[in-house]
Design a protein around this ligand. Structure first.
Ligand code: CP
Ligand code: NVA
Length: 303
């Protein structure tokens, strides 16, 4: 197992399956490990957060540790001093580092120089903790994680990239319904395809994307740091809105997911968010259990 969890592709299939099993056990209360006993965990956040921040801080406390929330006002990562120096200093104090920032390369740099585990809590490129919680939620509601047809509707963004990485490890029929202007990073898609593990389809036809899907997924059309693109994205992506008509094209048993926060009335309607097929709050809860499992795994492999 790697020292850090920066992308889902850091882990092999067995490590991902083992982590999901552990997350389910932690959720059931059968296990209550304290690998962070007596330790501090740094939580560096350069973007807003409800779910990630609170679920990490809660999870760190439940694992016996103390979360320390750090914004850019304190350490000015890479400005006041180099990322490498920050990594080496922090590693002398804390047992674990979580970081949410813009540049994925900065997180890679931090992890390279930190001697303690670093967890990616979202970058412009990836959101791995989210997709661990998502697939855990799919397992709970659909009874399996293998060979699911997953239709991701909207922007080819950081969350979609993490789904691509999951598709490189767990077999699925992953479809992206998006516009020509909002395509994902071709390298990330190519990596997933090169593993031959899953079928990956990108289409500009929303109906093609959702037909027969087990999971319909969406996320905001303009991510944090790109909100000025909201108007343009509205035009490009409106036909990919997850509404009742689109949901009716998926399997009757299909679940609807959204990583949240949602911009209701844009990428998803109120009606769908509140429908029986929506599992968005289970996903949000599973951030806690999934991240606790990720932390336990990383800390276990260090002792
Ligand atoms: N889904 C998610 O990461 O939410 P926050 O931005 O609130 O952490
Ligand atoms: N793609 C979104 C996810 C938020 C959890 C963003 O990066 O803003």
């Amino acid at each position: 197992m790697t020292k850090d969890f920066l992308t889902i592709a850091d882990w092999n299939e067995q490590e991902i399956r083992e982590t999901l099993g552990l997350a389910a056990q932690l959720k059931s209360g059968k296990l209550a490990p304290h690998p962070l006993e007596g330790k501090t965990a740094a939580m560096i956040f350069h973007k807003p957060s409800l779910r990630t921040r609170i679920s990490f801080e809660t999870g760190i406390a439940q694992l016996g540790g103390q979360g320390m929330f750090i914004t850019d006002a304190e350490i000015k990562l890479g400005e006041r001093e180099s990322i490498a120096d920050v990594a080496r200093v922090l590693s002398r104090y804390v047992g674990l580092i979580t970081i949410r920032t813009f540049s994925h390369d900065h997180v890679v740099e931090l992890a390279k120089y930190a001697s303690v585990p670093v967890i990616n809590a979202l970058t412009d490129k990836f959101h791995p903790c989210q997709v661990i919680a998502d697939i855990m939620t799919a397992q709970e509601h659909l009874g399996r994680i293998d060979d699911l047809a997953v239709a991701f509707m909207g922007d080819g963004n950081n969350v979609f990239h993490s789904w691509c990485n999951l598709a490189a490890r767990i077999p699925m029929d992953l479809r992206l319904g998006t516009s020509p202007e909002t395509m994902p990073d071709p390298e990330v898609v190519q990596f997933a395809r090169s593993t031959g593990k899953s079928k990956i389809t990108i289409t500009h036809d929303p109906v093609e994307a959702v037909t027969g899907a087990d999971v319909i997924y969406t996320d905001v059309w303009a991510s944090m740091g790109q909100k000025e693109l909201a108007g343009q994205r509205q035009k490009a992506l409106s036909k990919f809105q997850v509404n009742s008509d689109l949901v009716s094209r998926a399997k009757p048993s299909a679940i609807v997911m959204h990583c949240l926060p949602a911009e209701r009335g844009r990428e998803i309607t109120d009606e769908v968010m509140e429908s029986l097929q929506s599992v968005v709050f289970d996903e949000a809860e599973n951030r806690l259990h999934g991240q606790k499992a990720i932390m336990v795994q990383l800390l276990k492999h260090r002792s």
